[in-house]
Write a protein that binds this ligand. Structure first.
Ligand code: ANZ
Length: 842
């Protein structure tokens, strides 16, 4: 093979990408003799704009790990696929009339091309596309198992609704209270839909986080999202009525401080009390107004609104006092019991509401903090009024004004007072069941049909995939587009009988992505979603890399899915992702977020076209530890490009003539190649395992900058030099580079066949073994000798640990970097600290 004079990534990269794809080098081995490693990326949504830099970052990191693990002797599964259902393709269809299927196919082809052009070693044979019937057949199969096992149910509940687009929206499609598409204010609408019983697993979803190696902040955030809360349920009688209001409280110890109650506007008891409510008109208006607000509006609002239910009084079960009853939207209908006992002296929201409505504030917990500490940001006047009321604290303390419980600690009193009033202890979770119905087209149809009485039946497995009809009109009307498919209704009647109708909602796309990792190991299996054998071999996932923004939805849903499938005996493990890491954000060079509107988005394609994939990959990883935010600065990628160019030259240049054998010998003995190489092998391996690709790359640079001065390849051509640096060491150098810059490494590797007939040079470098290092070569023999001039560090050299003072001095004085500091000057003194430094005083 003729070497190119200059480094030409374009040529090398496309050549190897073709060879890799055609030769199947990245195909999963499924070799039972090797330990397995399943490494997974969060699969992309194939949008029209293509891959972004965030993908480039996380996919490069998994690719490095994949290649490294493969060379370490693992059987690695490194798959990629497409999360292909979703609203953008449907919106595009609404605008242009192009069927989402077409857009999706086109976008996927583009993504694959882009991913390949970055030199990613995915096993494309295992590819999945969630919008394909072969895949969603199994999404529906899972729904069917949930249906049979009582893990999914239908109910009418409030959802986010955009009146302009006439569609329900997922929480993530509501941006600042508006529709992400048209910015119209999102309202709440009650419609029937299907729900997965994720709340059944709330406890395990919290506890099992202890079993996995995930970033601590992700675990904490997920726990908070699930929101476990221990408290009591206590009944309050309504005066002159048989009715009771049940409240959930985490502070039963404050029961004597309750001065009013609040019921959520949607609470059904308000309707039951309607005839006794004297100001029903304003209360009813308020209920209607509340319906327009999202939960976020309600929780986030500083303005506490609400009305008293005039004519209604409740009785505090602790002291039989009569208290007023309010309805206010700061109390949510779907948390706890939808009603609260208000303790304005010890709860900020109640406090604000009480101030506004002139309600009594009665402290029952002795002060332990200062007022300013409890309610930061209050005005002087309010602080004064709180002080005058003898007011206390948010936290726990000792009880006062609480009858026979006075003097008891809050913790004790919670239990004692709950018992005293006949309440019950209760654990609540913030987590709600997962609403999976969408009134959209581009999703997996919910495999349910309704009989003449409207009773739901699951579509039997033999009819799966329950195909998404294609004869639909995309213009939004407020009803699911599937409702307009003639074929869909005819199909249902033909199979199930006259008058039977299909469910016309589709599934949330998060359902499709909550189980996709289970499919890759056996993605072509038409009989099972994954065979037992493949499941045992590959699952669970060993390493998962993707954005932290998925903490609340995808990562939680995937864990639920695994637990639910385990419960019904389909899986035998309970956590899907043993180890999880997030990539940090890729920012522009000024630290700004990349966004279309700012016009600062960097397109990976442009970068690859200009610098080559190897340089893009290496620069991306060089920017910082994987989990940190990094700033992409185009001016600096050139440095990496030059480095690769030097590597290229070191192996290809014909510069042997410029060195004499003797000067080369000297050069090499100074390098102490054995030491540097062994140390680098050790540290690069450790850095890769710890996701510190940036430091791994710096170490490779140090290594190559040293050895790069040697015309390596020429050594082998010239037997005089064989002894200087072995072929074996040169191989190691190239292999170390391979996970980061696979194309150049593969090219250099194959170039070794020029000087040897060894068969291995005809194989891919990725079939070679990752080099072992010799610990003894690193530790005992050498250290980093610091050379100072007048106390300032001017050079570092590797020196033998038993270097004598004389030798160290000679070494220091002979260094090029030192000469310029001492030239023409008199050396007054030389200080030698054994094992550390030489200081030349001039
Ligand atoms: C009286 C009380 C006194 C409360 C006090 C707190 C402090 P977590 O920890 O989040 O579970 N609450 C109960 N149901 C509610 C609902 N549907 N909407 C809004 N607030 C509700 O919070 C539990 C506390 O939040 C409960 O304890 C209740 O207020 C309120 F010094 O009861 B507490």
């Amino acid at each position: 093979m003729e070497y190119m004079e200059n480094y030409n990534p374009k040529e090398i990269e496309s050549k190897w990408q073709k060879i890799w794809r055609e030769g199947g080098i990245n195909r999963t081995e499924n070799n039972s003799d090797k330990p397995k490693y399943y490494i997974l990326d969060m699969f992309p949504y194939p949008s029209g704009t293509g891959l972004h830099m965030g993908h480039t970052e996380s996919y490069t990191s998994t690719d490095i790990l994949y290649r490294y693990k493969k060379m370490k002797g693992f059987d690695v599964l490194h798959p990629q696929g497409f999360d292909a259902f979703g609203l953008p393709a449907e919106n595009f269809a609404i605008k242009t009339g192009v069927h989402p299927k077409e857009t999706t196919v086109k976008n996927i082809a583009n993504y694959e091309k882009q991913i390949d052009s970055l030199g990613m070693g995915y096993d494309w044979d295992t590819k999945i596309v969630t919008a394909s019937p072969e895949y969603y057949k199994w999404t529906q199969w899972i729904f069917a198992r949930f249906f049979e096992n009582d893990l999914v149910y239908k109910k009418t509940d409030k959802i986010n609704w955009c009146d302009s687009c006439k569609t329900g929206l997922a929480n993530e499609q509501v941006v600042d209270g508006g529709c992400e598409r048209c910015k119209n204010k999102v309202v709440q609408k009650e419609i029937p839909g299907w729900f997965f019983k994720i709340t059944d697993f709330a406890e395990d979803l919290i506890n099992d986080l202890d079993k996995v190696d995930w970033p601590e902040h992700t675990k904490v955030n997920q726990k908070n999202w699930i929101g476990r809360s221990e408290g009591s349920e206590i009944d309050f009688k309504i005066k002159n009525s048989e009715l009771k209001i049940k409240v959930f409280t985490t502070r039963a110890d404050t029961l004597f401080g309750v001065t009013y109650m609040v019921i959520a506007p949607e609470h059904k008891i308000i309707q039951e009390l309607k005839s006794n409510i004297e100001n029903w008109g304003e209360v009813e208006n308020y209920i209607i107004e509340t319906q327009k607000k999202t939960e976020m509006d309600r929780v986030g609002s500083n303005e506490k609104t609400g009305f008293e239910l005039k004519g209604i009084k409740a009785i505090n079960p602790a002291n039989q006092e009569e208290i007023p009853v309010f309805t206010a939207d700061y109390v949510l209908a779907n948390y706890g019991t939808g009603a609260i006992m208000a303790v304005p002296a010890h709860d900020q929201r109640d406090f604000e509401f009480a101030l506004k409505n002139n309600l009594e504030i009665k402290p029952v917990i002795a002060r332990v903090n200062s007022v300013e500490e409890i309610f930061p940001g209050l005005t002087e006047a309010i602080i004064k009024s709180i002080r005058e009321s003898g007011f206390a604290t948010f936290g726990s303390g000792l009880l006062i004004n609480s009858g026979r419980f006075n003097g008891m600690s809050s913790e004790e009193a919670k239990k004692a007072i709950t018992e005293f009033v006949g309440g019950e202890t209760k654990t609540n979770y913030r987590l709600r069941d997962w609403s999976i119905s969408r009134q959209r087209y581009w999703g997996a149809p919910i495999p349910v049909v309704y009989d003449l009485e409207g009773k739901a039946h699951i579509v039997p497995d033999e009819h799966l995939p329950w195909k998404l009809p294609e004869d639909v009109d995309f213009v939004p009307t407020g009803e699911s587009p599937l409702k307009k498919s003639k074929e869909f209704f005819e199909r249902t009647e033909k199979i199930f009988g006259k008058g039977w109708t299909p469910e016309v909602d589709t599934m949330d796309t998060f359902v499709c992505s909550s189980w996709y990792y289970l499919r890759y190991p056996d993605s072509k299996n038409g009989k099972e979603f994954c065979s037992k054998e493949m499941m045992e071999k590959w699952l669970p996932v060993d390493l998962y890399i993707g954005g932290a923004e998925h903490t609340y939805m995808h990562l939680l849903y995937a864990r639920f899915m695994t637990k639910a499938l385990r419960k019904i005996g389909v899986l035998d493990f309970d956590e899907p992702f043993l180890k999880l890491r997030h990539q940090g954000m890729v920012l522009d060079k000024n630290g700004g977020k990349m966004s279309k509107s700012k016009g600062n988005v960097i397109n990976p394609d442009d970068m690859v076209a200009r610098f080559g994939a190897d340089a893009v990959r290496m620069y991306m990883m060089f920017l910082g530890p994987l989990e940190d935010e990094v700033k992409w600065n185009e001016d600096n990628i050139v440095g990496i490009y030059r480095f690769l160019e030097r590597v290229w030259k070191s192996i290809n240049d014909n510069i042997e003539l410029s060195y004499s054998a003797i000067s080369l010998k000297k050069l090499i003995s100074n390098l102490n190649i054995e030491f540097v190489l062994n140390k680098t092998i050790k540290e690069v391996g450790e850095d890769i395992e710890n996701f510190k690709f940036n430091t791994a790359i710096s170490k490779l640079m140090v290594l190559f900058n040293k050895t790069g001065r040697l015309p390596l390849l020429n050594f082998f051509k010239n037997p005089d030099f064989y002894e200087l640096i072995s072929r074996n060491d040169t191989e190691k150098l190239i292999i170390l580079l391979a996970p980061f810059a696979p194309h150049i490494a593969e090219e250099l590797w194959s170039g070794l066949s020029e000087i040897s007939n060894d068969e291995k040079y005809k194989q891919s470098i990725f079939l070679q073994k990752w080099p072992e290092y010799d610990e003894s070569k690193i530790k005992e023999n050498t250290f980093n000798l610091v050379i100072q001039v007048n106390g300032k560090v001017r050079a570092n050299v590797e020196a033998s640990v038993d270097i004598s003072q004389e030798e160290a001095e000679r070494l220091a004085l002979g260094l090029g970097e030192i000469k310029k500091w001492i030239e023409g000057k008199e050396i007054k003194k030389i200080i030698f600290v054994k094992g550390k430094l030489v200081n030349l005083v001039v």
